[in-house]
Write a protein that binds this ligand. Structure first.
Ligand SMILES: NC(=O)C1=CN([C@@H]2O[C@H](COP(=O)(O)OP(=O)(O)OC[C@H]3O[C@@H](n4cnc5c(N)ncnc54)[C@H](OP(=O)(O)O)[C@@H]3O)[C@@H](O)[C@H]2O)C=CC1
Ligand SMILES: O=C1O[C@H](COP(=O)(O)O)[C@@H](O)[C@H](O)[C@H]1O
Length: 499
């Protein structure tokens, strides 16, 4: 890996403390950082290098997945860090920053490879990129790259505008758009699952698959983020980015060569084939929900509109479920269901593939009916792959019953998303970063849904906190003869028939 300078804008912020420093430290311990590197933290407040280093040490101690942080190792790691106070809206302040970067390059004999990480509020993305260019900080003899956090725009027009502005300072190949779901090991595993397993390769199409269900449920509510969340909602916070990325990763077919360009090309093909929704038909395919008061882990919790900072009249969606059709030869006729929500019964991100049962008719005259085969990819908090198959139970009069075969390796100490993503960006591998075309196509699909929500063309269902969203979400699948699989405590009698 090339030696480089890592310039972190937003170095005093929450994301840097909770995710970025611990990830860098774990990479350092795993010897996945270059032998020599420099990290220049940028924030508005005044801090000495020593104060900055001690705040980095504190965040590593608090948030690193390593249970013990050795003093010797952390001290050596901290030597790479220095701090520069800059108001990013003032172009003049980029000159001392550039000097600091150059001084350290000279002192450490570093090539001019520069990674810029924008861990700041989105209103600063454009101005920082433009000041990096105008100041000359981005004019290097080595490579330059830009890592950018979400959100990438707040609608299609603003995303296009942002992309154009970034494009004036960085080439598309130099821009790494973070979607932390793409850094989750099991999401990255989706591609390997297919290319490394001919069995799944053969089955990954509409001949064998009945439907696909992608769930990202959270038990947390809006927390202290009402200021951001109340004008964002689940559709923009989760669906436009993470849910559609998981859909692309699940539905893409193997390219001829496993390269970033080809994989992103395949994902783009999926998104291009997603059937667009007209605003008027959104309510047939999309369920909008908002959590009301309820109970979680045995404790009462308030409804969304009673959360601090949320207006009583808020119609913000905290839950979205949708039926998505992919109009290509592989997936024609296979519904992909996505759902995400806050204050749901459990924290669970998973992808469930339900297989067709061509012999279903054989069972028509028997009482028992086999459950479908399910391939279950658990993404978070557990990570693993399981297959539900049917088997005769000799202890129960030979009845056919579903059994789950768990293939999880039970790996401990798995790297976190930010570790995997930072490592890739430092190596120049953009496979698991969102390409502009994916982002643009995602916004294009989401826009009519935004309009339908805005114009109240879709009912807002209030669901009790601690459930799996509103009943309308179950009904969305029921209308096609399906049900959400693996929900812990069904809110209704289990459905046994699909006919
Ligand atoms: N926090 C999280 O869990 C997640 C955050 N994100 C995204 O990451 C980005 C950062 O979020 P987060 O860390 O939570 O934000 P914070 O508000 O915690 O931090 C903002 C950072 O920006 C700096 N900053 C603000 N104004 C200026 C300025 N004019 N000049 C220079 N620096 C400035 C602040 O410096 P100072 O304090 O010194 O003024 C601080 O370091 C956002 O885009 C967010 O959407 C994405 C996913 C999760
Ligand atoms: O990006 C976001 O993701 C988190 C959920 O992430 P996870 O890794 O815990 O599944 C979500 O809580 C947050 O609202 C959203 O901005």
């Amino acid at each position: 890996m090339d030696s480089m300078t890592f310039v972190l804008f937003g170095a005093t912020g929450d994301l840097a403390k909770r995710k970025i420093y611990p990830a860098l430290y774990n990479l350092y311990l795993d010897k996945k950082l270059p032998a020599v590197f420099s990290i220049v933290g940028v924030g508005r407040r005044g801090l000495s290098d020593e104060e900055f280093q001690s705040s980095v040490a504190e965040s590593v101690r608090t948030f690193s997945r390593r249970s013990q942080v050795e003093a010797q190792q952390i001290n050596a790691f901290l030597e790479a860090f220095c701090y520069c106070s800059v108001d990013v809206t003032d172009p003049k302040e980029f000159l001392p920053l550039q000097e600091r970067v150059k001084e350290r390059e000279a002192a450490l004999d570093l090539p001019e490879n520069r990674m810029f990480y924008l861990s700041v509020a989105p209103e600063f993305f454009e101005v920082i990129a433009s000041n990096i260019r105008a100041s000359g900080l981005g004019t290097t003899k080595g490579w330059k790259r830009l890592i950018i956090e979400k959100p990438f725009g707040h609608d299609l027009a603003s995303a296009r505008q942002l992309n154009e502005k970034l494009g004036a300072s960085f080439e598309e190949e130099e821009i790494y758009r973070i979607d932390h779901y793409l850094g989750k090991p099991m999401v990255q595993n989706l591609e390997a699952l297919e290319f490394a397993n001919p069995v799944f390769q053969a089955l990954w199409n509409n001949q064998y698959i009945a439907n696909v269900q992608i769930t990202a449920g959270e038990t947390v509510g809006v927390e202290e983020r009402a200021g951001y969340y109340d004008h964002t909602g689940a559709l923009l916070d989760m669906v436009q980015n993470h849910m559609l990325q998981m859909l692309m990763m699940t539905a893409m077919h193997l390219p001829k060569r496993i390269t970033a360009k080809e994989i992103r090309g395949e994902k783009r093909k999926v998104m291009e084939a997603v059937r667009p929704l007209r605003k008027e038909e959104v309510s047939q395919h999309v369920v909008r929900g908002q959590y009301g008061a309820g109970e979680l882990h045995g404790k009462p919790v308030v409804g969304y509109v009673d959360e601090p900072g949320v207006s009583e009249a808020s119609k913000t969606d905290t839950f979205v479920a949708a039926r998505v059709w992919i109009d290509d030869p592989f997936w024609q006729g296979v519904p992909f269901y996505i759902r995400t929500g806050k204050r749901m019964k459990e924290k669970s991100t998973r992808i469930v593939i339900e297989f067709k049962n061509p012999l279903e008719k054989l069972y028509r005259h028997r009482q028992e009916k086999p459950a479908p085969n399910l391939l279950i990819i658990s993404v978070n908090p557990d990570e693993g792959i399981a297959l539900q198959v049917n088997s005769k139970n000799p202890t129960n009069s030979g009845k056919i019953e579903p059994v789950t075969v768990d293939f999880s390796a039970g790996t401990k100490d798995v790297p976190e998303a930010y570790e995997l993503l930072l490592f890739d960006a430092l190596r120049g591998d953009s496979t698991y970063f969102a390409h502009w075309k994916e982002v643009e196509l995602s916004w294009m699909w989401v826009e009519p849904i935004m309009a339908a929500f805005r114009e109240d063309l879709v009912p807002l269902h209030v669901y009790p906190a601690g459930m799996y969203g509103p009943d309308a979400s179950a009904e969305l699948l029921l209308a096609d003869g399906f049900q959400w699989w693996l929900d812990k405590a069904p809110e209704r009698e289990p459905i046994t028939s699909h006919s």
